[in-house]
Design a protein around this ligand. Structure first.
Ligand code: THU
Length: 130
């Protein structure tokens, strides 16, 4: 199964009764394992979490810390990009050459390097004086 199909399938389980915008995400690690996540909303709106965060949590809980490929999908007019916070979260765990495929449920896809997601990203180098 392609990574997009894994994200497409898990998206069905998204809990998005407030936005009605279901998102699915999938990460593949170098070992070939796939971890998936969905957005989980809450009646206290700011407490909701994104699909990418769920997939990252599943990967970390399984004992892995780096993905080589990511996919995210939603029923959007254009391939859905990760939000700003998720760009920072994905950057933390991406291999140097990790690729991201963004997709619509209708089948349009767009691919990019995860390293291009967040120009000027805050990283551990900025904490060297501490
Ligand atoms: N959402 C994600 O899960 N990932 C994204 O990359 C964009 C936005 C979710 C958050 C919220 O539950 C819904 O989509 C609408 O913003």
């Amino acid at each position: 199964m392609s990574l997009i199909d894994a994200a497409r399938n898990v998206r069905e389980n998204a809990y998005a009764p407030y936005s009605n915008f279901k998102v699915g995400a999938a990460l593949k690690t170098a070992s070939g394992k796939v971890f998936v996540g969905v957005n989980v909303e809450n009646v206290a709106y700011p407490e909701g979490t994104c699909a990418e965060a769920g997939a990252i949590a599943a990967m970390i809980a399984a004992g892995e810390t780096e993905f080589v490929e990511a996919a995210v999908i939603a029923d959007s007019p254009k391939p859905v990009p990760p939000c700003g916070g998720c760009r920072q979260k994905l950057t933390e765990f991406a291999s140097q050459s990790a690729r991201l495929t963004m997709a619509t449920t209708a089948g349009t896809t767009q691919e990019m390097a995860v390293s291009d997601l967040l120009p000027g990203a805050f990283d551990a180098g900025y904490m060297e004086n501490t």
